[in-house]
Design a protein around this ligand. Structure first.
Ligand code: AMP
Ligand code: MG
Length: 500
């Protein structure tokens, strides 16, 4: 007999598996109400995906829920416990200091999704923090996570954003906001570290079993499910981070508490998209040593996975030496796996579907010319699609490069020779390239302009406009040129010696 559950507000039907885990996993805590919440936006497409009524979510009752002033039927608010390595150093007690999980729902495709408030007030993990979020970062997360989703990159999403009517104090007083985040789960490498550093191996096993059941049920019958867990998480993160590199995304804070075991991008803090191609690009002001630079993200993924593997050792084998050996063998596959994901995507970016031994060198050479010629990463791939047939050196593609004309010409010739092996017409190659190389990404200059209008003037027109542009990143949109323009600085001639 099927159990009929009463339909909650706006169709919300919670089924909270994490809150049924033992008390060590979380603290029960309610959001702290705010004085005067107002709606910024409900994400209609996501609401529909979740089987929720977006119009009801926009009602006064919806706003009260998104602000943390009302708790919907069936929600069981908790703050999740986790640890994490921050910039290489272990912090044994982090946890949701400014986030509260309302609960889980099953979406229309049958996938379980967390619904979490970010910025709803203090929790037992807040330490000296206020548990709040400022409007600017909330809007940045909304814009960038939607952009990532529409670029086909796995990510947490934003269901809604509201202002609180209360100030938050950073360096100055800023308008406060609460974001509602939807994720496959919020379980991080740091969640495993939390139990590992406490030597709570029962908790660790419960967590691993939970993750297997929730995210990777197929491996539950593997010969060694915990070793298999390391392998599938490695797979998910290698694929994710390779996809970041393909769009020029820099996460900014790849601490182990910011890496999900589901393989979704999470925590859009000081993240940004690179303009001029340079692997040493760092945007985060706190990352002084470039630990999380664009080109270091693959290596850091392996570093983080090594921390994950350490946590799993007690589960992988009761003999520690054997456990280490098995984990090391698994991690030994990372570099090739990561490179395969990366190369597969890069081939597509230059219009290649097949595979030829020289492809990796071809891609590497293009990147080197881009770097030496100070070219914009996004537009260099986008406008390369113009060049399947030879074009003049005054083309918009050539204009992206401040130098390296002869190297560029000889590379283009080599590339066209390679394209000839694809055995399809130029038009088809151009069309394929335009489907994988975005014209619109959330460029820093545009994001900043949108945030300024919202924070300083309470004006969300630009936010709406930019969001709608980013929902179709591959389609040229009339009148939206300002969102595809490279920043002014990159137009400054910059001469450099061109290596090969
Ligand atoms: P993040 O840098 O956002 O990944 O956060 C790192 C840790 O600091 C997490 O445990 C957060 O919950 C916590 N945290 C960040 N900002 C605040 C805040 N304003 N209040 C309380 N905790 C915070
Ligand atoms: Mg975090």
């Amino acid at each position: 007999m099927t159990v009929v559950r009463p339909t909650g507000f706006a169709g919300l039907q919670f089924d909270n598996t994490y809150a049924r885990l033992p008390p060590a996993f979380f603290s029960r805590v309610n959001p702290t109400p705010v004085v005067n919440p107002a709606l910024i936006k409900v994400n209609h497409a996501l609401a529909t995906e979740l089987g929720l009524d977006a119009v009801q979510l926009e009602s006064e009752q919806g706003i009260q829920i998104f602000a943390g002033n009302a708790i919907p039927d069936g929600a069981e608010p908790i703050a999740q416990a986790y640890s994490g390595h921050q910039f290489g150093y272990l912090n044994p007690r982090l946890g949701d200091g400014r986030a509260i999980l309302l609960g889980e729902v099953v979406d229309r495709s049958g996938n379980r999704r967390d619904i979490q408030l970010k910025g709803p007030g203090r929790t037992p993990y807040s330490r000296s923090g206020d548990g709040r979020a400022a409007l600017g970062p909330v809007m940045r997360e909304y814009l960038v996570s939607e952009a990532m989703h529409h670029l086909g990159i796995k990510t947490t999403r934003v269901l809604a954003a509201v202002t609180t009517g209360e100030p938050v104090y950073r360096e100055t007083a800023l308008p406060g906001a609460v974001l509602t985040r939807v994720a496959a789960s919020h379980i991080r490498i740091g969640t495993f570290e939390y139990f590992y550093v406490r030597k709570d191996y029962d908790g660790l096993k419960q967590l691993a079993d939970y993750v297997i059941q929730r995210h990777y049920p197929a491996i539950s019958s593997a010969e060694n499910p915990y070793l298999a867990l390391l392998e599938v998480v490695m797979h998910a993160q290698a694929s994710l981070v390779a996809s970041w590199l393909q769009v020029g995304f820099i996460h900014g804070v790849m601490n182990t508490d910011n890496m999900t075991v589901s393989g979704e991008t999470i925590d859009y803090g000081p993240c940004a998209f690179m303009d001029i191609y340079d692997p040493s690009t760092v945007f985060s002001s706190i990352d002084r040593e470039g630990r999380y630079a664009y080109g270091n993200q693959g290596a850091i993924t392996l570093w983080n996975l090594t921390r994950f593997a350490e946590c799993l050792l007690p589960l992988i084998d009761s003999d520690i030496d054997r456990a280490v050996e098995k984990a090391q063998t698994a991690l030994g596959d990372f570099s090739e796996l990561f490179n395969d994901f990366w190369l597969a995507g890069m081939r597509k970016k230059i219009g290649i579907l097949g595979a030829s031994p020289g492809d990796e060198a071809l891609v590497a050479e293009f990147l080197q010319i881009m770097r030496d010629g100070r070219a914009d990463f996004t537009l260099a791939f986008r406008y390369l699609a113009d060049c399947v047939a030879p074009v003049s050196s005054t083309s918009r593609f050539h204009q992206l490069f401040t130098s390296c004309e002869s190297l560029l010409e000889s590379w283009l010739t080599k590339w066209r020779e390679r394209l000839a092996k694809e055995n399809v017409g130029a038009e088809e190659i151009t069309a394929r390239m335009l489907k994988v190389n975005p014209l619109y990404i959330p460029r820093n200059q545009n994001v900043e302009e949108v945030l300024r209008a919202a924070v300083e003037d309470g004006d969300y027109t630009l936010f709406e406009e930019f969001l709608s542009v980013l929902q179709h990143p591959y389609t040229e949109q009339q009148g939206k040129e300002k969102y595809s323009r490279r920043p002014v600085q990159s137009g400054i001639p910059y001469k450099t010696f061109c290596g090969t």
